[in-house]
Design a protein around this ligand. Sequence first.
Ligand code: AHG
Ligand code: MN
Ligand code: MN
Length: 346
Amino acid sequence: MTNVMTLGQFIIERQAEFPYAKGELSRLLRDIGIAAKIVNREVNKAGLVDILGEAGTMNVQGEAVKKLDVYANEQFISALKSGGECCLIASEENEDVIQIDGEVSRNARYVVAIDPLDGSSNIDVNVAVGTIFSIYRRKTESGPCTKIDVLQKGTEQVAAGYIIYGSSTMLVYTTGHGVNGFTLDPSIGEFCFSHPNMVFPKTGKMYSLNEGNYVHFPEGVKKYLKYCQAEDKETNRPYTSRYIGSMVADIHRNMIKGGIFIYPTTASSPKGKLRLVYECNPLAFIVEQAGGRATNGFKRIMDLQVNEVHQRTPIFIGSEEMVKKAEEFMKEFSPELKEVLEAVEA
Ligand code: AHG
Ligand code: MN
Ligand code: MN
């Protein structure tokens, strides 16, 4: 028997690190891990289902073929509902928050924000996709949870993680004591401890952003991009461009190799495109815990005021030195954006 530690064993071993160690958060993470395995199974056969399905609407069993992001959403919601530790879910796929107030969840104290399937435009082409989640302690003392319970700053997160369904499937999470990664071993159906104490390199060579939006970028981003592309032996430039279009996969790669991911404001998304609650805050928590940095170009992501579940923000996230350099360019060439972004928070 080889010496592998499963996610379940690891969670139990580290239970004492959890802020309110009563086993509830452990169970919540376990529930998310179970749903992730089910989603992984469907992601793996997504192409097959499409081939067997009729006109993309019915499969061979005569069941409706659901879009994978809707399917993933249902799996996570159902796992969290039946797990009994979660009283409210905010999901990218649901306009309103989902209250869980059934018998099993009567004493639930946690709130989960989730992007069930990130990078969904990549499913059809067999490119990595992900899931992002964030866990908060409820704010209200009693009664059913409400939207207020999820409108908390990123600094209030008690745990956050992502799953990347890639060439191998990994679950990476933090509870504020560093970042650990687990790789799914399909032969035993378990996430196995594979990446202890993940550390974001202080600097790197990769920049990830959708350069197709160049003409609509703020001046600070345009100038930073030219800086990345300019030759300079001392700082190892020009850098390399890598953009998958699945934020989870782009950030996961940068965490291993070193790099920066930027999704700035653009003309069509003047407040940014990516969502603060279930995309940016959880990834910012993980990246900071690994020694990286995450800001909106001017202010730390996790300090931003949260007013709406589906609030958007620009994001500069990754290797500390690279993010700081990009911020210098924003300060110098796009200072007017600072006020615009402060107004979103107000
Ligand atoms: P989602 O699939 O959850 O809507 O998220 C997609 C996001 C993110 O993963 C990715 O980085 C970005 O959108 C890609 O956007 P562009 O196609 O505009 O580059
Ligand atoms: Mn997403
Ligand atoms: Mn999504």
